[in-house]
Design a protein around this ligand. Structure first.
Ligand SMILES: [Zn+2]
Length: 247
């Protein structure tokens, strides 16, 4: 409990006592649990046992729906801590974790955490049975390069599961480009909260639409699909979507 409260410390600044609530529900990572809501924002809902957010919980349901044999899976996740990492550490045969630091090269380490640039991974071809990431791809300047790299390091038959903010539109809207090391904005810059770096947050290069599936097919994924997570999280009325692709 103390550990979870410590994790929620940054969120406590956003605590609205009149919205504070507890509810019983099932967490895909820890089973029967109590959920806490600290404000009306979706990001204010957490599993009290493992601190999983709505995004993590959708990933958890998507993972269990795939019936993957995690005990026989070498996994790769593009964050270094949090409930999804803890779950994969517990259940997968092996797990590589990494974070993104703009000033390092893939495979380098800082404070005990490996760096990986999704556009130039340090991993060998066919290294993993499962790759996961949450709310990362929209921040990668060249997502075609990144998806091709993820395809390269997956084993044949391996799964890629991830979330991005997915908009109810046919086409992805490009918001910015990286050209010769400089960012060119096509639309007003949109920054997403970044617990690792703080500040103004991290730039979203695009708002994804349903054509994200075509982007996956273009780099070689055969039948990518959108998994609609069941609405099992208290207070959250809409379903979250997880992108699933198999090599
Ligand atoms: Zn949990």
């Amino acid at each position: 409990m103390m550990r979870v409260l410590a994790r929620l410390r940054s969120g406590l600044a956003a605590l609205q006592w009149r919205d504070f609530a507890l509810a019983y529900a099932r967490c895909p990572f820890c089973g029967p649990s109590i959920f806490v809501r600290i404000n009306r924002d979706e990001t204010g809902v957490r599993c009290l046992r493992c601190a999983a957010s709505a995004v993590h919980i959708a990933m958890g349901w998507a993972l269990s729906a795939q019936c993957l044999d995690l005990a026989q899976s070498d996994a790769c996740e593009f964050s270094a801590r949090g409930p999804l990492v803890a779950y994969l550490q517990r259940c997968a045969r092996s797990l590589k974790v990494s974070e993104y630091f703009a000033d390092l090269a893939s495979g380098q380490m800082r404070d005990g955490v490996y760096f990986e640039d999704m556009q130039r991974l340090s991993y060998a071809d066919a290294s993993f049975d499962l790759i996961t990431h949450t709310e990362v791809l929209e921040h990668v300047p060249d997502d075609t390069l990144a998806l091709a790299e993820l395809h390269r390091v997956l084993r044949p038959g391996g799964y890629l599961l991830f979330t991005v903010p997915l908009f109810d539109s046919e086409n992805t809207v490009e918001r910015a480009y990286l050209r010769d090391g400089a960012i060119e904005h096509l639309l007003a810059p949109s920054y997403h909260r970044d617990p690792l770096r703080g500040g103004e947050g991290i730039l979203a290069f695009r708002d994804y639409g349903r054509d994200i599936l075509a982007r996956l097919r273009a780099v070689g994924f055969a039948a990518p699909s959108l998994y609609v997570a069941p609405q099992k999280i208290p207070w959250i009325s809409h379903s979250r979507i997880v992108v699933i692709a198999q090599k």
